[in-house]
Design a protein around this ligand. Structure first.
Ligand code: ADP
Length: 159
């Protein structure tokens, strides 16, 4: 039954980790912070259709510094040619982070507490020199939608 599927899906959240359900970084639509929000780029952003777009600085996709929410563009005059950096600086939506190996049940709890419902996924970067401080690579993006999907699509294997 659907109810059983949902219950099993919910229980499995403890065993599954972010990396299994996230959108991989190469498939994440992001914008460099120097992007000028003119009529052309705004139309492109709307066409692509995501509600939230991670914003990166210094040309480095590993350096996400903000989040552009598409509805922030509604009151923008395209002729003002504001940059993504300016719009992000005005709204200051905080970017959440989770580790790639965080269990989905934990991520769900975090999403329930906050309002963002989106997090960037980071992974410890293993470097040759062990003396170095650990650095992180961004490996993906996860939203509440990815977790709900996992709950609803649980497969019940009869063993
Ligand atoms: P949206 O409201 O933009 O449709 P959802 O939170 O409903 O986003 O997520 C739908 C799917 O799109 C999820 O798999 C999520 O990981 C993915 N997603 C969300 N934002 C982005 C983005 N900027 N680039 C790529 N994938 C994204």
């Amino acid at each position: 039954s659907d109810e059983l599927k949902i219950a099993v899906g919910a229980m499995e959240l403890a065993d599954k980790v972010v990396e299994q359900v996230m959108t991989k970084i190469d498939d994440v639509f992001m914008l460099p912070d120097e992007t000028i929000l003119n009529a052309k780029t705004i139309a492109e952003i709307v066409r692509i259709g995501y509600t939230r777009i991670p914003v990166y600085s210094e040309g480095d996709r590993n350096n996400v510094t903000g989040l552009l929410i598409v509805k922030d563009l509604a009151l923008l005059d395209p002729d003002d040619n504001f940059s993504v950096r300016t719009v992000c600086g005005y709204h200051q939506h905080t970017v959440k982070y989770v580790f790639n190996d965080t269990p989905l049940a934990i991520v769900l709890e975090n999403f329930k507490k906050g309002d963002g419902h989106l997090a960037m996924v980071k992974k410890v970067h293993v470097s040759e020199e062990s003396a170095e401080d650990p650095s992180y690579d961004l490996v993906g993006l996860v939203t509440l939608e990815d977790i709900v999907e996992e709950i609803l699509q649980a497969e019940i294997v009869d063993e």
